[in-house]
Structures are given as structure tokens and as C-alpha cells.
Design a protein. Structure first.
Length: 526
């Protein structure tokens, strides 16, 4: 049986009657008052928590070990029989922090408690008997558009780089992180043939093509839009304005313009997956560096050193952009239980678990087939696609017999470069062994081949997706995504023990003979 714990909840709220915000405090059990020596001192946690907190979060979504993370959801139910919580309707809690801690009733605060969840309030529903605070984890902020800046359509031709009301007004400006090849820039000034590939300072333009044929760089990088507009450029040449992510042609294009470029350089150029994710979080999501789990980013940058690149246009959310970046290294992003943004790479368990659970601790145990394309069956071949090119047809290229070689023409017509690796021995044991196909943002053939080999080694052997339910204790409250646990039980054939990586955590309450208790259901992979 789990130890008796008290749960303390802190909810940040905007109160129109006072400047700034205040913190609402609730508890399970009989309530508690902090001591004068504690921080904060002499504050009351009202005994209104009616049932254990319910919340679920995961590295990946829907019983998967690939693809993007999903927003964690849950709720806090408070007792409102006395209608003492009617005031919650007048407060602004949506988007505000919610912190949940567990510990013994009389433990010092906060040092004697363990943070089990740091989430975000979505809304509060105040009823006759209860008040329910709907929760989301911090991933909710990633559902917003990555790019908030739109073209104003304010050009007074021949000047301007905002388009006109009749062409690109209202379109989101493009963003480029890392290196991309054969991307399509946006024509932002039809009179002066100015194109934009990144909204902001960029690192370099490596090549510009008209119908697949390379144009010549003039050697001039202009410092401003005015300087770019005033330049005289010969036909077949182009200038750049890296400070604004612009290029200008010397003559009208014969067909579609594409280019190779290295993008965002505000604060220094970055091209590793972890670096790009950090850049997106801090510069595009308003998240401070102090809110990041710096050690996890350092670790990912050391493990995933390959050059990545994403060119983002149109209605792209922050989450979609980050998922594209992490696709190249099997990476994931999720808030930690303490609310820090952490990244990681899906790796096999190392065999050094933080917790070992036996039949004494395990309340329920089951195994599931993953909902990945391979359904959890060992794969015999991995195909990784990378270095994507903008969709190209023969009509986008110069005519056959022109200045484009047949080899280059064939390359440009392929939307992806591929790395393929296999182990046919897997098929001897597993007659239905599938192949795995993944799209990535990797740019170099060698990096594609290296990652393909890593992914095959990870997925060509048996991997179980298991759910284990254990009682919540203060020590177990420290289990986080990416932690390792070991199961030792004769159930499911784990008598000799098997180590897993935690890929999902479901915190929920159940009724027992002694009253409601919190249970952890762990999604385990390994």
C-alpha cells in the first residue's frame, strides 16, 4: 500500500482587483499552514482538493515511439459545496502556471515535498458542488503559429519588401533554420525582383537557380533594403541582403527561382537539431533560457551533431516546426515534471534503472502493440529520407538540351535523398518484419546513412511497450519522461527482469478501502 501523502496545489491567477497576479493554494487532507521559517511563510493551503490529480503526458502520442509529442491533459477537482469558490469565475487562470507537489502532511514546505507536475491551466468550471480546473501541460503554447508576422501588402512600387494588396498581403513570412537546398523563396517586390527566404538575419546564400540553372553571385551583400533597391545588377547575377533574408535578381526570371541557403543567424548560426529547437523556443515562443533544461539540450547536441534544416512557410505551428527538426534524430520535446523544457533522443535503456518494481509494487501490468507503422514488430530495413527539395516538375526546369545536365535534372525531380540499410537475418525469425520509412530534415548523405544505421539497430530487435501501474509515493513522484525503470515479475515473462525507458506517465486517482489514492501508470518501452 502506498504511503499517506498530502497533495498541495498552487495556481497562479490574474486578479483584476489587484495589480499583477496572486497564487491560489489548495490541499488534500485537512489543509496546511506554512511555518514562519518556510517560503512562503504563513500561507494557508485550503483543504478543498476533492480527488487525486489526474494528468497524462508522454514523449510521443497515442502509444507511439515516433512522431511528435502530444499535449498532456488532466484536471483538478475542488470541493465547492459551500459555494466558496464562486470567486474563481472572476479570475484569469487560463495559460497560468499550476504546480502540484506531494509529501507528508507535516513536512517543511517546499523542501519536504516533491514536485510531481508543473502544468498550465486551461479554464475553470465552477459548479454547485465542485470547481474543476482543466489542465494542459506547457506544450499547449506550441499550438500557436510559429510565425506571427504577415506581409503587410504595403509596397509603393518600385520600393518595398512587403508585397502588395494584390499579391502576398496577409501571407506569413518564411523562416529558415539551418541549411536547406532547393527551397522556393517568396517574390516580395515584383518591380525590383526581390525575393525573401527568411524573415530576419540569415547566415548565407549558397546558390540561386532559375529553372535549375545556377545564377552568379555578384559578390555584394547589401546592408539594408534601401541599398539592395539602389543596386545595379547585371542579368544572370544576384545580390543578397542577409540582414533581412533577401535576394535580388539582375533580370526577370525565365521560370521558377529556387535557392540553397543557410538560415537564422540572429544570435549566431545554428544547424544541430537541439540548437534549432532551442532557437525556436527562445526566439519564436517567448520562452526564456532559464526555463530550459540546459543539461538535456547539451546532451542532445552532443549526440545529434548532424546538420539539419527546415524552411517553414504558410500555416505552420510551433509544434509542427519542432517535430520536423527532431525527426532527424529520433528526438522528443516535453516539459519535465518541474516545468523545464527538456529534449531527448529515443535510446534503448542503458540497464541502469532509477527504480525496480516487483510483484509487491506492481498493481497492474499489460503489454500493448505500438501504433507506429511497424506495430512493434522488429524491422528488417530502414529507409530514411532527407535533404528535401521543393516539389519540382519537368516544366519547372530548362528544356531538355539546355544548360542542365541529365544527371542534375534527374536529381532535381526527386523530392528526397534516401539512405537505406537492412538486416535480412531479421526476416528469418519474423516473417512479417516490416521496413521503416521516415522523413527527416537531415541534409548530408553521410548523416542520413549514420542515422539509418542507428535506427535499424534500435528497432530490429524485440522491443516491448508495457504499461505498469504502481502506487504514487514521494520517491516515485520523481519519475519523469526518459527515466529508466526495471520490472522483475513472472508476469509477461519478466522473471529475469527487464529494463524499460519511461515514455508516458498517467497520474490518476483510484478508490481503495482506505479512500482515494494516487496511482502512476507508466508507459514503458524497451
Amino acid at each position: 500500500m502506498a504511503q499517506d501523502l498530502v497533495t498541495l496545489v498552487e495556481v497562479t491567477a490574474c486578479d483584476p482587483s489587484i495589480p499583477g497576479t496572486r497564487v491560489l493554494r489548495f490541499s488534500s487532507g485537512r489543509g496546511t499552514m506554512t511555518r514562519p521559517s518556510e517560503t512562503p511563510a504563513n500561507v494557508h493551503f485550503a483543504p478543498r482538493l476533492q480527488q487525486p490529480i489526474r494528468f497524462k503526458r508522454s514523449m510521443f502520442s497515442n502509444v507511439r515511439v515516433s512522431g511528435g509529442s502530444t499535449v498532456g491533459v488532466g484536471d483538478i477537482v475542488l470541493n465547492n459545496l459551500d459555494q466558496g469558490l464562486a470567486y474563481l469565475r472572476d479570475l484569469g487562470i487560463d495559460g497560468r502556471d499550476v504546480v502540484v507537489r506531494v509529501g507528508p502532511q507535516d513536512a517543511p514546505y517546499p523542501t519536504g515535498f516533491t514536485t510531481v507536475l508543473t502544468g498550465t491551466a486551461e479554464q475553470v468550471e465552477v459548479g454547485a458542488r465542485t470547481a474543476t480546473i482543466r489542465l494542459r501541460d506547457k506544450l499547449q503554447v506550441l499550438s500557436l503559429p510559429l510565425q506571427a508576422t504577415l506581409y503587410a501588402g504595403s509596397n509603393v512600387l518600385p520600393s518595398g519588401a512587403e508585397g502588395t494588396a494584390d499579391d502576398i498581403k496577409g501571407r506569413r513570412k518564411p523562416l529558415l533554420f539551418g541549411r536547406r537546398h532547393q527551397l522556393v523563396p517568396i517574390l516580395v517586390n515584383t518591380a525590383r525582383l526581390i525575393y525573401q527566404f527568411h524573415d530576419g538575419q540569415a547566415q548565407a546564400v549558397d546558390a540561386v537557380y532559375d529553372q535549375g540553372v545556377a545564377l552568379t553571385f555578384s559578390g555584394n551583400d547589401r546592408a539594408s533594403l534601401a541599398a539592395l533597391e539602389a543596386a545595379t545588377i547585371a542579368a544572370g547575377f544576384y545580390d543578397t541582403c542577409l540582414a533581412l533574408g533577401l535576394i535580388r535578381l539582375g533580370a526577370s526570371a525565365a521560370g521558377r527561382i529556387t535557392m540553397d541557403a543557410r538560415g537564422d543567424a540572429a544570435g549566431g548560426y545554428v544547424s544541430k537539431a537541439g540548437e534549432i529547437v532551442q532557437r525556436i523556443l527562445t526566439q519564436r515562443c517567448g520562452i526564456g533560457v532559464g526555463a530550459l533544461d540546459g543539461a538535456s539540450f547539451t546532451s542532445l547536441n552532443a549526440a545529434a551533431i548532424a546538420e539539419c534544416g527546415v524552411h517553414l512557410t504558410g500555416e505552420v505551428t510551433r509544434q509542427q516546426a519542432i517535430d520536423q527538426v527532431l525527426s532527424g534524430c529520433g528526438g522528443w520535446l516535453a516539459p519535465s515534471r518541474t516545468g523545464l523544457w527538456q529534449v531527448g533522443q529515443l535510446l534503448a535503456p542503458t540497464g541502469s534503472p532509477a527504480f525496480t518494481f516487483t510483484d509487491v509494487e506492481i498493481e497492474a501490468l499489460d503489454t500493448l502493440a505500438t501504433r507506429d507503422a511497424d506495430a512493434g514488430i522488429p524491422v528488417w530495413r530502414v529507409r530514411l529520407r532527407g535533404r528535401p527539395y521543393a516539389e519540382t516538375t519537368a516544366n519547372d526546369l530548362v528544356a531538355v538540351g539546355g544548360s542542365l545536365s541529365e544527371a542534375r535534372r534527374a536529381e532535381l525531380l526527386q523530392p528526397w535523398r534516401e539512405a537505406i540499410t537492412s538486416d535480412v537475418a531479421v526476416q528469418t525469425k519474423h516473417l512479417l518484419a516490416p521496413e521503416m520509412l521516415r522523413d527527416t530534415c537531415l541534409q548530408q548523405p553521410g548523416d542520413l546513412a549514420t542515422e539509418a544505421s542507428r535506427v535499424l539497430a534500435l528497432h530490429k530487435v524485440r522491443r516491448d511497450f508495457t504499461q505498469a501501474a504502481v502506487w504514487l509515493t514521494q520517491a516515485r513522484a520523481a519519475i519523469d519522461l526518459g527515466s529508466e525503470v526495471r520490472l522483475v515479475t513472472n508476469r509477461l515473462g519478466y522473471g529475469a527482469g527487464r529494463t524499460f525507458r519511461v515514455v508516458g506517465i498517467d497520474l490518476d486517482g483510484v478508490e481503495t478501502a482506505g479512500g482515494p489514492r494516487s496511482q502512476l501508470t507508466l508507459d514503458l518501452w524497451g
